[in-house]
Design a protein around this ligand. Structure first.
Ligand code: MN
Length: 197
């Protein structure tokens, strides 16, 4: 059985970008629902037992046909959100340093060039989805709760949830304001740690 992970900080500690109200709903309701529905889908399904979340999500197409959609949506949701909480921190914001900073500058001209390109991609997601920074420093998007490892790609370095549930209470329809504010809480230490692997 999968479990909802605790947030690594208090619900109100990202409030310069995301309110306590959104953090509580997003974690306790939305993420919990992905966990519950994933558990319900794989309950009693032999092919799904003993697999890690990563394994289930990456190989959802090999599972019995009647649970593939549930694992794709709810397993993907659990995987994406488990990372998303770690990609933010009360001590976040600013710019990366070290090798990651140099590599981003080499590819995008400078840090702002990277941010601008990421924002353009994130704002271009039609409906619900995610924007990702991949280990090769490309920026990609996925719809719904799809995640790069479902497509045979490596796990992302960084990801941004652009579902309306992630911002609507604070920002209404202004996804661009949310995306700009989100950079103020990005946990670059965690991103750099993933880049180093
Ligand atoms: Mn979400």
């Amino acid at each position: 059985m999968f479990k909802l992970p605790d947030l690594p900080y208090d619900y109100d500690s990202l409030s310069r970008s995301i309110s306590k109200e959104i953090m509580e709903l997003h974690h306790q309701k939305h993420h919990q629902t992905y966990v519950d529905k994933l558990n319900a889908a794989i309950d009693g399904v032999a092919e799904a037992q003993g697999k890690s979340l990563d394994e289930l999500v990456a190989s959802y197409q090999t599972l019995p046909a009647n649970i593939q959609t549930a694992v794709r949506n709810h397993g993907g949701g659990h995987y994406n959100h488990s990372l998303f909480w770690q990609w933010m921190s009360p001590d976040g914001g600013g710019e990366p340093s070290g090798e990651l900073a140099a590599a981003l500058a080499a590819k995008y001209g400078n840090f702002q060039g990277f941010v601008d390109e990421f924002n353009t991609k994130a704002l271009g997601v039609f409906g619900s989805g995610w924007a990702w920074l991949q280990p090769d420093l490309s920026i990609i998007t996925t719809p719904n709760q799809d995640t790069p490892i479902m497509q045979g790609l490596p796990a992302p370095l960084l990801g941004l949830d652009v579902w309306e549930h992630a911002y609507y209470l604070d920002y209404k329809n202004k996804r661009d304001d949310y995306v700009r504010a989100w950079w103020e809480v990005v946990n670059w230490n965690f991103v750099a740690e993933r880049y180093g692997k």
